[in-house]
Every structure is written in structure tokens, then in C-alpha cells.
Design a protein around this ligand. Structure first.
Ligand code: ISE
Length: 334
């Protein structure tokens, strides 16, 4: 039997997920789609034979919907995840879990009172083969104890209205999540440094920025966030251990040496770079839910990531190191 899924939000990410769920994820069926712009929901719903709603709460309450994927704007995530918890329905929520620490804590507390996890947060890099290989090599001790982690996060461009704090809350959040997951440590402080802005960045956008993070065991992490780099979507990592380094992302795809030059492909955007990761994420989520398990990035991960992002945004304005304080980790999250 296929898992009957309702998707809240029929914008860019919602449509991207619906296409996959309906076309290439085994045992998944999209039975409902909601969007405040109901015409948009109807258009997508009709294409996959689903019902359309203008109100996500009606979708969550629909008896046909067994599990929910939330891809609506971040500020709506709290109300919809809470509705899913109240209805006891597993939910895959796109990042962020919620945009503020307080909102994340309300979701965390509601789930922590349950006997089992229902929420997974959409940090898809954990499902990328390259990032998984990096984690296996780190865990296997291939380069000894980690000391430093260098992260490069470059986007060709950003949509109009993209702001300097969104470079943290929309973009660097992935590096925050990868750091915690890869090292198995919490981040205890963040400091943001501002380079001189690119003359090609929109007026007022502080681009690029460097985010320095410190982990609980003293690993130092630097993230370059450069969202108007113009040349493509460029994600690179280097972990420095006591006996060697592990690098990711330097040479993806076929490298051509010809005509006196050396050329290789650069993905245009994150959907191209992480297409396979999104596919794995959905497949593993559906397969898990059908077995009664939710094992991907948790509400705790969503909360901790938002807490670090808030500290980094505070550091942007204070120009100083900002400590991250987390609440005690509820038993549900191990
Ligand atoms: C976007 O929202 C994402 O989630 C991408 O993974 C990230 O690289 C990009 O910077 C964000 O804008």
C-alpha cells in the first residue's frame, strides 16, 4: 500500500517535491495539496489526481492524508507541524523547522511529550552520497581527530529581496546542520566577519560573509557564504584532522583536459547539485514512515540549527562572538 501524502505549499519547493513523490518515489501517492493561492494548489493537484485546499489545516485534518510534507514559507511551519503532531501524522518539514528559537521550542516541547518522533526536518545534504562518504570517512577515523572544518557555500545569485541575515537563515543553516551531524557535536558560538561587499551584489547586501563557529569539543569551523558569485553553485568542504584531510566537492562530474585547458562542470543551483539527495531523502522518509519510523534530521536538529543561526545573525549586528545556549535535550532525541 502506498503512503498517502498531503503537501502544504505549492510554490517552488512544494512543486519540486510533488513531482518526485508522484513520479519517482516508490510507494508514495500525493492525495492533497494546499496553498493560500488555491489556484496554484489546484493546478498542481489536478496534475497528480489530488484534492486542492486553500487552508493547510484542512489538508492536515483530511482522513485520506496519512503523512504531510510542509513546503510553505518558514513562518507558517510552527502552526502546521503542531497541527500534524495534534493529528498524530508524520511530517517532513522543509527547513527551517521554524524561524525563531521560541517557535522551535514550542514544536520541540509538543513532540517531546509524544512516545515517538513524528517530525523530520528537510536538511537534505545528509542524503547526498558525497556528504555521506565524508561522514563515513570521518567516523572511521581516516584522518584522525577533527581539528578544523572549512565550508564553502556559493550561490550564483539570489532572488530580489534577499537580505544579509537570510544568508545565514536560508543558506548557512545547511552548513550549521552538516557541521553538527558530521562532527556529532553542538556548536557553542558563532562570529560573523564581513568582507568588502562585491560590487555585483544588490545594493545593501553584505556579500560575502565568513561565519566562524566553535564546537563543544573545540573544532573550529569557517563557512564562506557568497551568494552572488555569478559562476554557479559551488559547495566544497575540507575537514582537517590530526593525520590528514578529507575534501569534498572539488572535482564533481567529468573533467576535461583539452585545447590547452582544464574544464569541469559546475552545477547551476542547489536543485541540480542536490537532486539525488532530495530523491534519497523522500525515498527514505516514505519507506521509514511505512514501517512506522521517523529517523532523519529531528526537531532537535531543527531547533539547534535555528539557535546557531540566531546567534550568527546577532553577531552580524554586534560584530562580536555570540555564544549559543541550548536547552537540555529531551529524552526523545537520544
Ligand atoms: C536555498 O534555500 C537552499 O536551501 C540551498 O540549499 C542553499 O544552498 C541556498 O543558499 C538557499 O538559498
Amino acid at each position: 500500500m502506498a503512503l498517502r501524502i498531503g503537501v502544504v505549499g505549492a510554490g517552488q519547493m512544494g512543486r519540486y517535491h510533488i513531482e518526485r513523490l508522484a513520479g519517482s518515489v516508490p510507494d508514495a501517492e500525493v492525495v492533497a495539496v494546499s496553498d493560500v493561492y488555491v489556484e496554484g494548489a489546484r493546478q498542481v493537484a489536478d496534475a497528480v489526481g489530488a484534492r486542492a485546499y486553500s487552508d493547510g489545516h484542512e489538508l492536515v485534518a483530511d482522513d485520506r492524508v496519512e503523512a504531510v510534507l510542509i513546503a510553505s514559507p518558514g513562518p507558517t511551519h510552527e502552526e502546521f507541524t503542531l497541527a500534524c503532531l495534534a493529528a498524530d501524522k508524520p511530517v517532513l518539514c522543509e527547513k527551517p523547522l521554524a524561524p525563531t528559537i521560541d517557535a522551535c521550542l514550542r514544536v520541540l516541547e509538543a513532540e517531546a511529550a509524544k512516545p515517538r518522533r513524528l517530525i523530520q526536518v528537510g536538511f537534505m545534504r545528509r542524503y547526498d552520497d558525497g556528504f555521506r562518504a565524508l561522514k563515513s570517512a570521518t567516523d572511521a577515523g581516516r584522518v584522525g581527530r577533527p581539528l578544523l572544518l572549512h565550508c564553502r557555500h556559493r550561490n550564483a545569485d539570489v532572488p530580489p529581496g534577499f537580505t544579509s541575515d537570510m544568508m545565514i537563515t536560508d543558506s548557512v543553516v545547511h552548513d550549521i546542520d552538516v557541521t553538527r551531524w558530521l562532527l556529532g557535536q553542538e556548536i557553542v558560538a558563532a562570529t560573523v566577519f564581513k568582507a568588502r561587499p562585491s560590487s555585483l551584489a544588490p545594493e545593501g547586501l553584505q556579500d560575502p560573509q565568513m561565519v566562524m563557529m566553535e564546537t563543544s569539543d573545540g573544532v573550529l569551523v569557517d563557512v564562506e557564504s557568497f551568494v552572488t558569485c555569478k559562476f554557479g553553485y559551488d559547495i566544497r568542504y575540507e575537514l582537517v584532522g590530526e593525520t590528514g584531510t578529507l575534501a569534498l566537492g572539488e572535482h564533481a562530474g567529468v573533467q576535461v583536459r583539452a585545447e590547452g585547458g582544464h574544464h569541469g562542470p559546475i552545477p547551476a543551483d542547489y536543485r541540480e547539485r542536490f537532486g539525488a539527495a532530495y530523491q534519497n531523502e523522500l525515498q527514505e522518509w516514505v519507506a521509514g514512515v511505512l514501517k512506522g519510523e521517523v529517523t532523519g534530521p529531528s526537531a532537535w536538529d531543527g531547533y539547534a540549527t535555528t539557535a546557531v543561526a540566531e546567534a550568527a545573525v546577532a553577531s552580524q549586528t554586534k560584530g562580536d562572538r555570540v555564544a549559543v545556549e541550548l536547552v537540555d535535550r529531551p529524552a526523545l532525541y537520544g
